[in-house]
Design a protein around this ligand. Structure first.
Ligand SMILES: C[S@@+](CC[C@H](N)C(=O)[O-])C[C@H]1O[C@@H](n2cnc3c(N)ncnc32)[C@H](O)[C@@H]1O
Length: 389
């Protein structure tokens, strides 16, 4: 096969690349748009698929546009700036639907329409730029070259307004050193811009939802979807700093609220908040623990609500099987990766079927949330509950 080919892009895949087919071979093409006619060059050929780069856009697909960010074609940060926002949303919903259908064949998948982010640009409140020898910006795609950035249009202006000042400070300290400095710039709780060198504080400030505008809706949705059962205990697994834990404790005022999180900085912050609230001391239990280890010491019951919000790798087989053994009233799973969500749901439903539960949980609702516009990343929330009579 010649390494240059003319192809048409059918759709986009998880990871963001366009998908084309040629003589039965699936070819992944980064920076493509659905409907594009492209001259491509194969860069990698594997047994079942190939990867290619665009040589020339022969005829652009209907959703291809000029990216709003001037460095989008080089920066490794956003991979879907070249698509209209309508198309980004359409492709995200499709990706999640197709992935779940593949892992859960024959299962009813009750999708609600995707929730749009209130802002498509200027939504990020935490970013990790780099600095080396007078260059301040972001790593280029698949490389540690720095693409210089004076602005980042997906980031809140309160942060991007600090770029020049931060760069000047870095110039003074590090202009002549070899090492690349990794920084984190973020808005703190009072919405004041802060920054740190990740080398000094290892992992930066820890996880927080980066799109605070859309996060409000996500919290509201979790609270609404949690309704419908009389709970005794509420578990928030992969709880972070308590993004959902504290709103749940506010809504459910007599229940025991149990959280597990692995990052000690976030657990410490949550403990401080619990102490400050005073009234939560007795019924909120916030553990520094791996979720699977925590579950080994926990017996789940029929009056438990379980929230899961794992990192991209998902929960795991043990966690999903332990939940299936426990007959809880409801599970709300918030996912930032469709494949790990689909795999974890499969683990759960297989384990539940194997023990032929009298009150099995069913997939009641699924909804995609656009948390990360201009990228292929998508948040999905799924509710598993028993049928109510
Ligand atoms: C997607 S974040 C969600 C955090 C929180 N729910 C929020 O909305 O801010 C996933 C969290 O899981 C934590 N984590 C990762 N692996 C874990 C594990 N095995 N056990 C417990 N927590 C874990 C991470 O530190 C991170 O805070």
């Amino acid at each position: 096969m010649s390494s240059q080919l003319t192809v048409t892009i059918d759709k986009l895949a998880i990871g963001g690349a366009g998908v084309a087919r040629h003589d039965g071979l699936v070819i992944f093409v980064p920076d493509a748009a659905p409907g594009d006619e492209l001259l491509i060059e194969i860069t990698t050929k594997k047994k079942n698929f190939a990867e290619a780069q665009i040589v020339k856009v022969l005829k652009p697909g209907p959703s291809r546009r000029t990216p709003p960010c001037p460095i989008a074609d080089r920066c490794g940060g956003c991979n879907w700036q070249h698509l209209t926002e309508d198309e980004q949303r359409r492709q995200k919903q499709l990706m999640v639907q197709e992935t779940l259908a593949k892992f859960l064949p024959g299962m009813d998948l009750p999708f609600l329409p995707l929730k749009e982010s209130p802002l498509s640009l200027r939504y990020r409140n935490r970013i990790q730029p780099k600095y080396s020898r007078g260059r301040f910006g972001f790593f280029a795609r698949r490389s540690h070259e720095i693409v210089e950035a004076k602005d980042c249009p997906i980031t809140e202006e309160k942060l991007t307004n600090e770029f020049a000042k931060i760069k000047a400070e870095l110039d003074k300290k590090f202009r002549d050193t070899k090492e690349t400095q990794r920084l984190e710039i973020y808005l703190d709780q009072s919405e004041t811009p802060k920054w740190l060198l990740m080398g000094e504080e290892k992992e930066g400030v820890g996880f927080s939802q980066v799109n605070r505008f859309q996060n409000e809706d996500l919290i509201k949705t979790v609270l609404e979807w949690s309704e419908g059962a009389d709970y005794e205990r509420i578990f928030d697994f992969y709880a972070g700093g308590g993004n959902f834990t504290f709103p749940l404790a506010e809504k459910y005022r007599t229940q025991q609220i149990v959280a597990a999180e692995l990052d000690s900085k976030l657990v410490q912050k949550a403990h401080e908040k619990i102490q400050a609230a005073g009234s939560l001391n007795k019924r909120m239990h916030y553990y520094l623990s791996d979720v699977a280890s925590f579950m080994r010491r926990t017996q789940f019951q029929s009056k438990d609500l379980v929230l899961l919000d794992p990192p991209r790798a998902g929960a795991d087989e043990y966690v999903m099987k332990a939940l299936a053994q426990g007959s809880v009233a409801k599970i709300i799973y918030i996912s930032c990766h469709p494949v790990s969500l689909a795999r974890d749901l499969k683990y759960f439903f297989e384990a539940q079927a194997a023990r032929s539960s009298s009150k099995p949980l069913k997939l009641k609702k699924i909804q995609c949330f656009e948390m990360f516009p201009q990228t292929d990343h998508v948040e999905t929330i799924a509710e598993l509950a028993v049928d109510t009579p």
